[in-house]
Design a protein around this ligand. Structure first.
Ligand SMILES: [Zn+2]
Length: 262
């Protein structure tokens, strides 16, 4: 578990903010050192996210793919950190607080999509970036480029997509970034990636495979490494069509139950 520290107590224990934003005193904690990249596996615990007809839940596959991102980033010499290390709820503001305290060079929220518009001749990957940040836009374009290239290698998949698949912004009624995990980490450079559609049975079966989870994670990591080490522009930029449906997933305090803390 990764938690913000409230204070270090005289007896050596540490008071933390829990994933559900309660306060708890624990011992035996390890301080997190400098962090280059924060990876945020979407959903968790009672908040499943999208679910495939094969029973695969977003909370599970997001974490598995995120662990592969962490391995690949570590192998590339970077110091990454997960906002969630197991199957438990973490509020969105808690995830953002971890981002602010870690102050990484990039924050990537990893998701899988539901409710596509229809068939597409290729993966319907979507990446949402911070509308006022050219760095966030480029990070999104590089992750998109790598993920689509990796997924395209799987032949004979009846892909589905939204008609505006690609790299884009979505704004709320106040003109800010719609998704909390794009908006709240700022000024940290952040994107939210919807890698493929769990609601599409062939894609749910594909991403149930450990080798595909690994391929996705490695692709996200390659995009991040290119963002950090090259001036490459990325690709897949598009305009989002207007959306009125609320984002699923909640992410607030309601019904949040903390995992065992020790
Ligand atoms: Zn999600």
């Amino acid at each position: 578990m990764v938690s913000p520290v409230v204070r270090v107590n005289p007896d050596g224990t540490v008071t933390i903010k829990t994933p559900c934003e309660n306060t708890a005193t624990v011992s035996g904690v390890t301080a997190v050192g400098p962090v280059d990249v924060v990876i945020d596996p979407g959903h968790g615990g009672s908040e499943s996210g999208a679910t495939g007809v094969n029973g695969l839940t977003e909370r599970t596959v997001n974490l598995e793919v995120s662990k592969h991102v962490i391995s690949a980033l570590t192998a590339a010499g970077l110091r990454p950190l997960l906002t969630r290390t197991g199957d438990y709820r973490v509020t969105l503001s808690e995830r953002a607080k971890i981002a602010h305290l870690a102050n990484p060079r990039a924050f990537v929220s990893v998701h899988h999509n539901g409710a596509s518009d229809g068939p597409r001749d290729g993966p319907g990957t979507e990446v949402f970036y911070q509308h006022s940040s050219s760095a966030s836009r480029r990070l999104g374009g590089l992750i998109y480029e790598e993920v689509v290239a990796a997924l395209k290698q799987y032949q004979g998949i009846a892909w589905q997509a939204d008609t505006d698949a690609g790299v884009k912004t979505r704004l709320n009624t106040s003109g800010g970034d719609y998704y909390a995990m794009v908006r709240q980490p700022a000024p940290v450079v952040a994107v939210l990636a919807e890698l493929l559609f769990l609601s599409n049975p062939p894609e749910a079966d594909l991403v149930a495979r450990p080798d595909v989870q690994s391929a996705e994670g490695n692709a996200v990591a390659r995009g991040i490494v290119r963002y950090l080490t090259t001036p490459d522009p990325g690709s897949g930029y598009t305009e989002a069509y207007p959306r009125t449906e609320p984002a699923g997933g909640g992410g607030g305090l309601s019904g949040c139950t903390d995992p065992p803390l020790q």
